[in-house]
Design a protein around this ligand. Structure first.
Ligand code: GRF
Length: 199
């Protein structure tokens, strides 16, 4: 019996190195990247997607009167594509509860810290300031709570005394590029399921 393709849409805002890791993994995985959507026309990740023949869409939040209007347009585009999963990969907009409720249990995010530590921005800087000895990455379902949804997977890295935010960020990013494709593959293979009450 052949399995239905597991289609994903990836939302980005910038460089798209996690997107690239997912593109690289997709050829040997059971998920297909149906489209990449960016809220910024200058996101480098758009070129990565185009080079791999993936459909790209730009929906610039700045061209809407309100967050609700932006998210309505974003939701309409995603509904048109009808993916099994929405993968946030460096998507730098906080999504509102209306949007999240439409796609409940179908949105995942990668966050550069060991949640629940350091939700929000500047995670590497904050970990250094707190003299943490380990830091890392979390993949989680997206809920109304910022960086607070159910955790799917985490990986850690050591914090070295010589670290700057840049060296620490680079060490975490390397782990991001491994863990994110693995999680998407596990979801595609049905190895991870969401209970409605969780996400
Ligand atoms: C990553 O560190 C990710 O965890 C965070 O934003 C960064 C995006 O990097 N949410 P890239 O655009 O995938 O290179």
């Amino acid at each position: 019996m052949t399995r239905e393709p597991f289609n994903i849409v990836i939302l980005i805002s910038g460089g798209g190195t996690n997107l690239q890791a997912l593109i690289n993994a997709s050829s040997r995985s059971s998920f297909q990247i149906r489209a990449v959507i960016s809220n910024s026309a200058s996101a480098e990740g758009l070129d990565r997607a185009k080079r791999s023949g993936i459909d790209t869409f730009v929906i610039e939040h700045g061209s809407f009167d309100s967050r609700i209007a932006f998210e309505k347009c974003l939701a309409a585009k995603i509904r048109e594509i009808s993916p099994n999963l929405i993968v946030l990969a460096g998507f730098m907009r906080v999504l509102g509860s209306k949007f999240i409720s439409i796609f409940r249990g179908k949105i995942i995010n990668i966050h550069p810290s060991l949640l629940p530590k350091y939700p929000g921005l500047n995670t590497h800087q904050r970990a250094l300031e707190d003299k943490e000895s380990i830091h890392g990455v979390t993949v989680h379902f997206v809920t109304d709570e910022l960086d607070g949804g159910p955790i799917i997977a985490q990986d850690s890295v050591p914090v070295l005394s010589s670290d700057t935010t840049e060296t620490l960020a680079a060490r975490v990013l390397e782990r991001e590029h491994v863990i994110y494709p693995k999680v998407v593959e596990a979801l595609a293979a049905g190895k991870i399921r969401v209970r409605n009450e969780d996400a």
